[in-house]
Design a protein around this ligand. Sequence first.
Ligand code: F6R
Length: 364
Amino acid sequence: EKEGFEHFMLKEIYEQPKAVADTISPRIKDGNVVLDELEMTEEDIKKISRIQMVACGSAYHVCMCGKYILEQMAKIPVDVDLASEFRYRQPILGDNTLVIVISQSGETADSLAALREAKKLGHKVLAIVNVVGSSIAREADSVLYTWAGPEISVATTKAYSTQLAAIYLIALLFGRTREVINQEDYKKYVAELGRLPEKIQRILDEKERIQWLANKFSHAKDVFFIGRGLDYAISMEGSLKLKEISYIHSEAYAAGELKHGTISLIENGVLVIGVATQPELFEKEISNLVEVRSRGASVLGLTLYGNYAMEDIADFTIYVPKTEDYFTTSLAVIPLQLLAYYISVARGLDVDKPRNLAKSVTVE
Ligand code: F6R
């Protein structure tokens, strides 16, 4: 069933344009985002005073993106918790807090327990789930399904991308309903959503360059992914992908936090991957990269076409197409998935079934 691909992971990476299109397009009607499955009236959406997002692993990284996107697009304050923390920390959620649980499998024990905790506290739970009819889908008040199809590889790729797509849809619907996005911007965003699959495809078509970089860095011992804002959230996912299938130690850091301790680990031979897609933070990120480079790190930059200033500082640069600032994660994550994949292949590891890991974590 790998359909000619060497591994499920690569097949699933290549399925992303279709998975993202399948998740978005049925929900755009006459140029508007329509999410009947939320079963929320305009009134319900206007009443939300806070959003609490909960998940594990990569789905948690989607929540981190969700915080930046929902707060900025819908102007609703968002808190994010790891499900394993949320369930035991006796959370205090104010009135009219909407809880969003994200899970590919819909069976993750901690995420299910977090959902139950939120319901016990009397809050509405919206689940973003891939597996139809799974426990989380059944117990949530409403479900927004991601249409990624079955994901076999332990390391998630296409589910992650469709979860992000679901967040964009929710942010647009909430922002428009609450009248904090004007009609012109709304139309521009909706149109751009439709172009994401083709832009993802363009990155996939350039996979040879990532493969070349992966071979170059396959013996790395320590890798730091740094970014600010949404780029920090992408860094978290890039780092997890790399460590889980290549067994290379890696960490994601908010770039501005490096100098509060971690920069002491930067020395010759360390690889720093600098993610810089957000225009307002670009200069700041570049100055962080100058700092690590002057301490001997090799720098791999990841930015948008047009930001050629990256080449002044980075040893190598990966470019992705331009899109709306809120949607860049969907593009920037693709080379990071490919990088992790090809490094794992270069190291001769079991890409689809990394050691010690299970696809669905149904125990604590
Ligand atoms: C990483 C990965 C895991 C899952 C996590 C949550 O590639 O796949 O971190 O994201 O175990 O799983 P779900 O989404 O099924 O709740």
